[in-house]
Design a protein around this ligand. Structure first.
Ligand SMILES: [Zn+2]
Ligand SMILES: [Zn+2]
Length: 240
């Protein structure tokens, strides 16, 4: 990667380090040494609840009974093996994802990458991460790709292998659709842009921010399986 690309990617992180700032959640002033790269006070960081305990082997939903699959997953079929979500989509993590995606608090990519890496580092092998592509209209609206940004930090800071090889066709969005329509709507709308780069790779991890119905992840997995990958799992920040 050229120096100019790195500067372009990191300039806003650098600005946040130099300029005085406040916690983006509670507004508390963050003067050194409390200042940090996420722009969050320690108290707000400690409110992030990591999902623990027994969970559905398919979607990560916390379970109270002894069954292994939640009621929702008993009725649906995915092309991926399992989704692993770090947190539930509520409380502070919901707020943070909102700030990140809709208020352009891009320094949060560093925090999300750290949470995801804490899980990835427990894996025996250094699995290849493939970001789930955002719709082109969303990227145009925001001016940046929120998943690509997290993948960039995962690769540059933690040396996680990342491959951008999936593309979503057209303007379609999954927002506002029910579960069944989401599966129909996305079918055939994901393509693999670099199938040759997947040669010889057995297992990959798809990366996304929120796991909702799993429709987009399942379609991405279907495409990857069609390109010779044997096992696809999904890693997300939050489970909705
Ligand atoms: Zn705070
Ligand atoms: Zn489930």
């Amino acid at each position: 990667m050229s120096i100019s690309t790195v500067i372009k990617k990191y300039w806003f992180y650098a600005l946040d380090v130099v300029l005085p700032c406040r916690c983006l959640v509670c507004g508390q002033s963050l003067l050194p040494p409390r200042k940090n790269e996420y722009n969050m006070c320690r108290c707000c960081q400690e409110k992030i609840v990591i999902l623990k305990g027994k969970r559905c082997i398919k979607c990560s939903m916390p379970l109270i009974s002894e069954v292994e699959i939640c009621t929702r997953c008993r009725e649906r079929e995915f092309h991926f093996e399992e989704n692993y979500s770090i947190c539930e989509y509520r409380g502070i993590i919901k707020e943070l994802i909102y700030f990140y995606k809709f208020k352009a608090k891009r320094t949060l990519a560093v925090l999300f990458a750290k949470l995801l890496y804490n899980y990835l580092s427990l894996k025996k092998q250094n699995l290849l991460v493939i970001p789930i592509p955002s719709t082109r209209s969303n990227i145009r609206k925001r001016g940046w790709d929120h998943i690509k940004e997290i993948a960039f930090v995962l690769h540059n800071r933690y040396r996680v292998p990342v491959l951008y090889c999936l593309k979503r066709e057209g303007k379609l969005t999954q927002k506002g659709l029910n579960s069944k329509d989401r599966f129909t709507n996305i079918l055939g709308k994901v393509t693999c842009t670099h199938p040759q780069k997947l040669a010889g790779i057995r297992e990959v991890v798809l990366l996304d921010d929120i796991f909702t119905t799993g429709a987009t992840a399942s379609e991405c997995a279907r495409v990857l399986l069609g390109n010779g990958i044997k096992k696809v799992s999904v890693l997300t920040i939050a489970l909705d």
